[in-house]
Write a protein that binds this ligand. Sequence first.
Ligand SMILES: O=C([O-])CC(=O)C(=O)O
Ligand SMILES: [Mg+2]
Length: 610
Amino acid sequence: MNFFKILNCGFTRQTPNPQTHQSNSKSHPNLIKRCAASTHDTIRIPLELVLSGKSNKFLGFTLEERQRLGIHGLMPACIRSDDEQMLAIESNFFSFSENVARYRYLRALRQSYEKLYFKFVAQNVKLVLPIIYTPTVGVACTVYGMLYRGVTGIHITKHDRGHMKQVLLNWPNRSRTQAICVTDGERILGLGDLGANGMGIAVGKMELYTALAGIPPSRLMPVCLDVGTNNKSLHEDPLYIGLRDERLKGDEYVSFVDEFMETVVETFGNQTLIHFEDFATPNAFMFLSRYQKCYCHFNDDIQGTAAVGLGGLLGIQRITKKALGEHVILFAGAGSAVMGILYLLKKELVSRGLTQDEAAKNIYIYDQSGLLTKNSKKIQENLSIYAKDMKPIKSLEKLVDKVKPSILIGATSAAGLFTEKIIRSMAANHERPGIFAFSNPTSKSECTAEQAYQFSDGKAIFSAGSPFPPVEFNGKRLTPGQANNCFAFPGIVLGTMTVLAEQMPNEVFLLAAHELSKIPTEEDLQGGRIYPPVESANEVALKIGVEVAKYLIENGLAKRALDPDEVHDHIAKNSYALEYGSALAETWSYPKMKPNPSTAALHKELQKKK
Ligand SMILES: O=C([O-])CC(=O)C(=O)O
Ligand SMILES: [Mg+2]
């Protein structure tokens, strides 16, 4: 380890003349005086900490910092202001025309200059989210082995049974870990089984915790459970980063995940938030119910998407001025998203006084076998109330003609499922038909924004899981909404972590849906927008975070003693600082971390030698 020693600073020899030193934004008239006052300081700081992602200010180190940290000369004379640093990043970003190349650049940026990275993301949400998150992150996961460039999270393989704790403790921020996003990579967006490449999704989700909800990255741990992959092409890919085995299944798989969950709370405490992401649908549901009330956990694809789905439906209710219970809603698909939305929608309708049967009456479900009817084979128990007493209908087009839905929701990964005929039929029957194409990434969308607007003569209230640009139609600019769980999970997680809750009840997802639906203004609604623009996703996260925290406090689920009125300030005070403080102060905060035993021994040894 290369420890940098700053002894007596040596300013007479090392300090360049501040009058002649090149600085773009700062002058240093007091530099020599200030440094002279600390002539007797003895500071030893490992070079890799100074230049590691967290504290590395790149060309923003002041001359004094360069001197005192012993990095003077390791960088050119120019001292960049924050704006100049952002300009440099933006210029690099735009120098790449391909989205995956931009993704690759941003990964490298995060690894070397974490704070600059998050500042850039937070200042350019609209530009950057489609790269570090959906849809590009999905594409990047398909070639993740090629893009791989070092530690981004913890990989736990099936061979780590019995010593998962040691693996978790290898994480550099182990002493601060408060939340984990875990995937086993079996259902990455609509792209299927990508095995250990799924790590990219866990990383992307947690980056939104920071960029949108201000949660410090040092508290976060992305995890990929490598239980193998059944994707044969990955077994044969020489750049694949995971185990080239078939997936664990059955009891072996479940007990592996059980051991992981137990080890997490044993290592980091009961309040550790565990976010499940992109598990195959049956496993996602199984774990959600298996761990109910045992852990502080949620499934984003079921519950996060449900909050955003219901939020959108409430928005349609605001536009159409027709109660949700009176809308005819057709769901295409029976995966995590559809099941989650159905659950939350029913909860909402029942809370309005409808019986379960009344709530289910206008809801139709269509999957690979066609319309769900009372005669359908193998009806899942929780879907039976939606099974209709009708003749089987295999074609979605025929079904739309028959039941005339006012809202059509797709989460099928079947690109193009919403055909021209379907969209025209909806527009013929309804003034403002609601169309949701939840499937991600863009290549899996059930229809495009252009198709939805064109085929509905501009009437559709269209939203999609992936971002679509606005469309010009008959001289009007129509802007689709992004029906993506990024409008729910950052805020829900923020509220839960703020109060150190040990559970995440379903009510917080319902609450998030209502908060989200209140955000669009009347003007937004007039323009057919039921979701806020993605650039205000951080305001959405804060609003939801505050309400979720208050709910948890008021319902006795908070471990942190916090008054509901203090929530907002507490969040603001603890939010990740995008500004660098003094690099000296920043570096000094490192010793607070529990030292890695091997590093501590090495440090001692070096001290002895001095
Ligand atoms: O990641 C996203 O954009 C939304 C999501 O959870 C999924 O599609 O699985
Ligand atoms: Mg997902």
